[in-house]
Write a protein that binds this ligand. Structure first.
Ligand code: SF4
Ligand code: SF4
Length: 460
């Protein structure tokens, strides 16, 4: 990566100044006159990558000039074998770093793969949607050479346990409400820079990616009998913001970086193509058991409402000491990307909102500041429709295909989700064992929680 490059960039030589990117940017971070190359204001940018998704100016001319194409690939830190068009808006790549690390046999390589990756990666291989099942994904990652292959679902459950407990403490103990989810790094940065007075509303929980990363580096390394310094932790996600999150200075409280490098769904596809792996005939494999205790797989945290759904169930069961019935709460509304729900627990009515797309949260924040909102819990995902449409998902080349691709991804996530039986988290033996054997209160606070701070200029 060249030194001046940020996580999200616009290539001046390719930008035609159409301003499609500026129209989608939720924080007005793209500056420049129409018809002239645009620039990203890095202080404002929240790294959601939506500008990368909508950019249509690409380097066809460079296809004939291989030397120039090679230079651009190098600048973007992409594998030399990549054949796709190079668009003006792009994110800094990390696939060559991962390829290098996989060839270094002095390291123990661990990979965690987010559920939303398998909802969309088939698009990169002209395969039927949903054909890349958990078993296939585990097989691909093993074939690439990772020593440990994990599903991020494990730490999603830990995040929900921690988040539900924090919400309960705030409700029962008279703490600050509403509590905001904190797993979306673009949303967190938005609050830090634009609404510093609301930072304390953010849950102190780290995201599933960071929780998994820190546990693998500490307990995982210990279980494997390996020096943590020799563990290299990779995360595969649908999200460009997670590249920023893993570099945050707060995300190394164990003494090691929780996650060393993040690659997107698109970059995983590039690595697979680079390795010449034939997906069709790959036999299904299992994910490894994190910390040798936990097993399970799933697709929650892919689409909007998932996190809220499971957190509410867990919170309800912790508070009411009984299982929530399926029709105890219903989401309503949704036209503007905001859905609301109420749950009755004894004599309390818990009010929640789920927001997908950052522009949709502004009116809720204004109501909170004016003391006119009575929510207890607000979940926000910066990307329209949630993580399944994150900035690191396969690029939709034809703008007219957007609606159909988005609805296909949602449908695939829902189908996968239906295969999961909801398990009541706090009573599960595996989760209880992890808490009893590994996680005392000090460890929980040190490794699984963090603190967010007002920020001005973003140096990452
Ligand atoms: S990454 Fe998101 S916030 Fe940054 S310039 Fe692009 S659209 Fe705007
Ligand atoms: S909504 Fe999901 S994919 Fe989009 S920035 Fe947030 S965490 Fe990343």
């Amino acid at each position: 990566m060249t030194k001046m490059q940020g996580i999200i960039n616009i290539d001046k030589e390719l930008c035609i100044g159409c301003k499609r990117c500026a129209a989608i940017c939720p924080v007005d971070a793209i500056e420049g006159k129409k018809g002239s190359p645009q620039m990203i204001n890095r202080e404002r940018c929240i790294m959601c990558g939506q500008c990368v998704q909508v950019c249509t100016a690409y380097a066809s001319v460079l296809d004939e000039n291989l030397a120039l194409r090679g230079k651009k690939l190098q600048e973007r830190n992409m594998l030399p074998s990549v054949k796709e068009p190079l668009f003006a808006a792009y994110y800094a790549g990390h696939a060559p770093t991962v390829k290098e690390v996989l060839a270094n046999h002095n390291l123990l390589t661990m990979v965690q793969c987010a559920p939303a990756v398998r909802v969309a990666i088939a698009e990169e291989f002209d395969m039927p949607l949903g054909s890349l099942t958990p078993g296939k994904m585990a097989a691909i990652l093993r074939e690439l050479g990772f020593n440990r292959v994990y599903d991020t679902y494990f730490s999603t459950e830990l995040t929900i346990m921690e988040e539900s407990s924090e919400l309960l403490e705030r409700i029962i103990g008279g703490g600050l409400l509403p509590m905001f989810t904190s797993f979306c790094p673009a949303w967190v940065k938005f609050i830090e820079q634009d609404y510093p007075e609301l930072i304390s509303h953010l849950s102190s929980c780290k995201s599933p990616q960071q929780m998994a990363g820190t546990l693998y580096k500490t307990y995982g390394a210990e279980i494997d009998g390996v020096d943590a310094a020799k563990v290299y932790s990779v995360s595969v996600v649908p999200c460009t913001g997670k590249k920023f999150e893993c570099e945050r200075p707060e995300m190394r409280d164990s003494g090691y970086r929780d996650v060393d490098v993040v690659i997107t769904t698109r970059e995983l596809a590039q690595l697979i193509k680079d390795a010449g792996i034939d997906l069709k005939d790959l036999p299904e494999k299992e994910f490894d058991k994190p910390l040798r205790i936990y097993s399970g797989d799933g697709t929650i945290f892919s689409a909007a409402e998932d996190v809220m759904e499971v957190s509410l169930r867990t919170g309800y069961e912790l508070l009411a000491k009984q299982e929530i019935s399926d029709d105890n709460h219903k989401f309503v509304g949704g036209d503007e990307g905001v859905r609301k729900s109420e749950i009755k627990i004894g004599d309390r009515t818990i009010k929640v909102a789920v927001v997908a797309g950052l522009k949709n949260v502004v009116s809720i924040l204004a109501a909170i500041k004016a003391g006119k909102a009575d929510f207890h819990f607000v979940e926000v995902m910066a990307c329209p429709g949630g993580c399944i449409n994150g900035g690191g998902q396969p690029k939709i080349i034809m703008p007219d295909d957007e609606v159909i691709v988005y609805s296909n991804r949602t449908f695939t996530a829902e189908v996968q989700e239906q295969s999961i039986e909801y398990r009541n988290l706090h009573n599960r033996q595996e989760i209880q064992e992890i808490y009893e054997e590994l996680l005392d209160e000090d460890v929980i606070q040190q490794l699984l929680h963090t603190k967010y701070n007002p920020r001005g200029w973003c140096e990452i």
